[in-house]
Design a protein around this ligand. Structure first.
Ligand SMILES: [Zn+2]
Length: 688
C-alpha cells in the first residue's frame, strides 16, 4: 500500500491488504526451527532460479530470476505471482488453521474468536447467501432510489453503513503540521477505475477497458432491475469522466506541500459551494465546525460545482451501480461473477476468481486484521526472528548514518538534522505492543450483510473518535501478518510487520548476505522513505517543516530530477513509460535500501572475508538477495494498471534500475562498458 495513503489515513485502518491463493501446506518458521538448513536450499537462494544464458551486466533481473520466470505460470485466479504470493499463501494456510481451530473449540460470545469464526462461517454459508438473493440489500437500494435532492445524495454518500463513493471523501487523519494531533481531512475521490488516466489517456487498450467499464456499469444497473441501462450507464460513465478530469495526477498528489491546505469548514464552504458539506459531515458523525486539511485544493471548487450541476437522477444511478458492485462479494454468485468480469478479468487479467475459502480468509484477515494477527503471532512467529530483525534494523540505521556523514553534496548543517531524524526514527518490528480493541464491534451469526454494515459503522466511529485525542504512538495502523512494510512520515516510524519477516525475504537459517540483500534492502527502503523527495520534508518529530538549507535542498532536488529522468526513459509496455515523478519516492527508497543493505552486510562481516558459496561471493549474494526479494511476474493488464496508478516501478526495474547506479554492483559482477545496463560513472545517480 502506498505510504501516502497510509499516512493520509493516519491511524485508521480502512484498507485491507489481504490477498490470497491456493493452500500450500504450512512450513512456518516454528516448524523450520527444528530442521537443519534454510527453507530454500542451498543457502537461501535456489540455484535453478538463474538464467545462465543472460549475463548479469545485460539484465540482472533476468540473470538472477530467468530460470524461475521461465518455469513459473501465473495461476488462473491471480493477476501475478512471486515472492509476496509465497508468503501470502503460507499465511492463508495458517489463518485457515486458526479458523478451523476456532470452529471446533468453545469460544465465548463477544470474544474475538467468536467474531472471526462467525464472520467467516457466514461468508462460507453459500446456501444461505443464495437463498436470500438480493433481499439483504433491498432496503439500502430503496433508500438510494428514494433520493430526491442533492442533500439526500450527500447523506447517502456519507452514510458509513453503505460504503458508497463520493467525489470528495472526508476522514480523520494525523495533522502533518502538528503530528501529535488529529484533524479532519478531505481528498478527491469517486471514480470506479483505478486512476484518472483510465478515463482520459488516449490508448487503444484503454478504449477497450473503457468500453468494458461502461458495459459493467450497465450490467450492475440491470442486476437491480433498472431499465434503459445502457443509456443510464453512459451518463454515469460521463459523470465519472468529468470527476476524473478534475482530479490531480498521481505525481501532483504525492506532493506533501501542495496537499496541505488547512482551512475552516466555513472557508471550505465558501471556496467550494455546491457540495452540501454540513449534511455530509453530520451524516459522517463529524463536527460541522473546526479545521479541515484539504488535499487537492484547486480541484475542490470545480468538483463541488459538478456535484451541484449533475442531476439527482444521474447521481442515483451512479450510487446504484457502485453500491451493488462494491457489495458483490457478499451477494449471490451471479452478482459476484458479473462484477468479476470487469474488476477481475478486464482490469487485472485474472482468469477466474479465487476459491471462496480464500476470499473468506481475506475477508476476516482484512476486517478483523489485528484479531487474526494476535493469534498468528502466538502460533507462528518465533520471537527469535524479532530479535534478529531488530539487530539488523540497527545495523542498517548505522550504515545509513555513516553514508550521511560521507555525502559530498550535503553541508554539515543539514547533515546534523538528517542524523537527528535518523536517530529519532522508531522501528516497529513484527507486532504491536498495543492491539486494536474490537469490543464495540458486534458480529452476529447468520447475518453476513449486517456484519459488513456494522463493521463499516464501527470503523467510521473508531476513526471519528480519534478527533480531539492525542496520537497514540503505541498504535499500529497495519496488522502484524501483513505481507508488506511501511514508513509513516508523520510518526517518523518504519513498520516491518511479522508477515514480511519470513522466507524468501528473511530466514534465520539462510546465508546472511541473502537476508541483508532481501529484507535488509526493504528495511533500508522504509528508512529511506524518511529521506525521499517527500518524506524528507518532514522533520525528526514528524512535522511537515523543512530542516534543509536552501542550497542542500536544491542539490537534493537536482539528484531527484536526474533519477526521475532515468526512470522516465523505461518503457515496460509499448507506448507506456514509467512515470519518473510518480515513482520517485519509491525509487529513492529502493536505491538507498540496496546500498545501505550492502554496507550493513559488509559491516556485519566485521572485517572478515565473506565465504564463497557455490562460486558466489558475499557481495554478489547481497545483490542476488535483492533480486529474489523482487522476483515477480504479472499479467499485462496488471502491469498496465500499476504503471498508470502505482507509486512503485515494475519489479524488474526495482532491481535493474537500482543496481546500475551502484558502483559496488559493477565491482561484484565485473560489469563493463558495452554491457546493456552499464552506465558511465557520471550518469550513475548517488543520493544517500
Ligand atoms: Zn516504499
Amino acid at each position: 500500500m502506498s505510504r501516502l495513503l497510509k499516512s493520509l489515513l493516519g491511524g485508521v485502518a480502512l484498507i485491507s491488504l489481504a490477498a490470497c491463493a491456493t493452500t500450500t501446506g504450512d512450513a512456518g518458521p516454528k516448524m523450520m526451527a527444528e530442521e537443519e538448513g534454510p527453507m530454500i536450499e542451498p543457502w537461501g537462494y535456489p540455484l535453478d532460479a538463474f538464467d545462465p544464458t543472460t549475463r548479469p551486466g545485460d539484465d540482472f533481473f533476468q540473470y538472477a530470476n530467468g530460470g524461475w520466470l521461465a518455469a513459473t505460470e501465473i495461476p488462473s485466479d491471480r493477476s501475478g505471482t512471486g515472492f509476496s504470493v509465497i508468503m501470502q499463501e503460507r499465511n492463508e494456510a495458517r489463518i485457515a488453521e486458526i479458523i478451523a481451530d476456532l470452529s471446533t473449540s468453545d469460544v465465548a460470545a463477544g470474544s474475538e474468536g467468536q467474531k472471526i469464526r462467525d464472520f467467516y462461517n457466514d461468508f462460507m454459508d453459500v446456501a444461505a447467501i443464495e437463498a436470500k438473493g438480493l433481499d439483504p440489500i433491498a432496503e439500502d437500494v430503496a433508500r438510494i432510489r428514494a433520493a430526491k435532492t442533492h442533500e439526500d445524495i450527500a447523506r447517502l454518500m456519507a452514510d458509513p453503513s453503505l460504503g458508497l463513493p463520493s467525489p470528495i471523501a472526508i476522514y480523520v487523519t494525523i495533522d502533518s503540521k502538528s503530528p501529535s494531533d488529529y484533524v479532519m481531512g478531505a481528498t478527491h475521490s469517486g471514480i470506479g477505475m483505478p486512476d484518472r488516466s483510465y478515463y482520459l489517456r488516449e490508448s487503444e487498450r484503454l478504449d477497450e477497458t473503457r468500453a468494458a467499464y461502461k458495459e459493467h456499469l450497465a450490467r450492475m444497473l440491470e442486476l437491480l432491475g433498472e431499465d434503459n441501462s445502457a443509456k443510464r450507464a453512459a451518463a454515469v460513465f460521463d459523470l465519472e469522466t468529468a470527476i476524473a478530469e478534475r482530479h490531480w495526477t498521481r505525481a501532483e498528489r504525492r506532493n506533501a506541500d501542495l496537499t496541505y491546505n488547512r482551512m475552516t469548514i466555513a472557508e471550505l464552504e465558501a471556496m467550494a459551494p455546491g457540495m452540501p458539506w454540513e449534511a455530509a459531515l453530520d451524516t459522517l458523525g463529524l463536527p460541522s465546525e473546526g479545521d479541515i486539511v484539504v488535499r487537492e485544493k484547486s480541484a475542490f471548487p470545480s468538483l463541488a460545482a459538478l456535484y451541484a450541476e449533475t442531476p439527482v437522477a444521474v447521481w442515483r444511478d451512479y450510487l446504484l451501480a457502485n453500491y451493488i458492485s462494491s457489495n458483490a462479494a457478499f451477494l449471490p454468485d451471479y452478482v459476484y461473477q458479473a462484477n468479476f468480469e470487469f474488476f477481475g478479468k478486464a482490469l487485472n487479467g485474472q482468469e477466474e476468481p479465487r476459491d471462496r475459502e480464500k476470499r473468506g480468509i481475506a475477508l476476516v484477515n482484512g476486517r478483523l486484521d489485528q484479531a487474526v494477527g494476535k493469534e498468528y503471532i502466538d502460533r507462528y512467529f518465533p520471537e527469535e526472528s524479532k530479535v534478529l530483525m531488530t539487530e539488523m534494523f540497527e545495523d542498517i540505521r548505522s550504515a545509513l548514518s555513516v553514508r550521511i556523514d560521507n555525502l559530498t553534496w550535503m553541508t554539515d548543517a543539514t547533515k546534523v538534522k538528517a542524523q537527528e531524524k535518523l536517530a529519532a526514527m522508531t522501528a516497529k518490528i513484527a507486532y504491536p505492543e498495543k492491539w486494536q480493541d474490537y469490543s464495540e464491534l458486534d458480529i452476529v451469526s447468520g447475518d453476513l450483510f449486517g456484519n459488513i454494515k456494522r463493521h463499516r459503522v464501527w470503523s467510521q466511529a473508531e476513526s471519528n473518535n480519534r478527533l480531539g485525542t492525542k496520537v497514540d504512538k503505541r498504535e499500529w495502523f497495519t496488522a502484524p501478518q501483513t505481507v508488506n512494510a511501511f514508513y509513516s512520515p508523520n510518526r517518523n516510524e518504519a513498520f516491518i510487520p511479522a508477515g514480511y519477516i519470513q522466507s524468501p525475504l528473511f530466514d534465520p537459517k539462510a546465508d546472511a548476505a541473502i537476508n541483508y540483500g532481501a529484507i535488509g534492502s526493504i528495511v533500508g527502503h522504509e528508512i529511506g522513505h524518511g529521506f525521499d523527495d517527500q518524506g524528507s520534508k518532514y522533520d525528526a518529530q514528524g512535522f511537515l517543516q523543512s530542516w534543509w538549507t536552501e542550497e542542500d535542498r536544491a542539490a537534493f532536488d537536482a539528484l531527484g530530477d536526474k533519477f526521475a529522468a532515468q526512470f522516465d526513459e523505461y518503457e515496460p509496455l509499448p507506448g507506456l513509460h514509467v512515470n519518473g515523478r510518480q515513482t520517485l519516492g519509491e525509487n529513492i527508497g529502493d536505491l538507498a535500501g540496496v546500498l545501505v543493505a550492502y554496507h550493513a552486510y559488509k559491516e556485519h562481516l566485521n572485517g572478515e572475508e565473506s565465504p564463497v558459496l557455490d562460486g558466489f561471493t558475499g557481495e554478489q549474494r547481497v545483490f542476488l538477495g535483492r533480486a529474489q526479494a523482487r522476483r515477480f511476474k504479472r499479467t499485462e493488464e496488471s502491469l498496465r494498471q500499476r504503471l498508470l496508478s502505482a507509486p512503485h516501478s515494475p519489479m524488474y526495474l526495482r532491481v535493474n534500475g537500482m543496481v546500475r547506479n551502484i558502483d559496488e554492483w559493477y565491482d561484484a559482477f565485473d560489469v563493463q562498458p558495452g554491457d546493456e545496463l552499464y552506465l558511465p560513472p557520471e550518469e550513475r545517480v548517488k543520493i544517500w
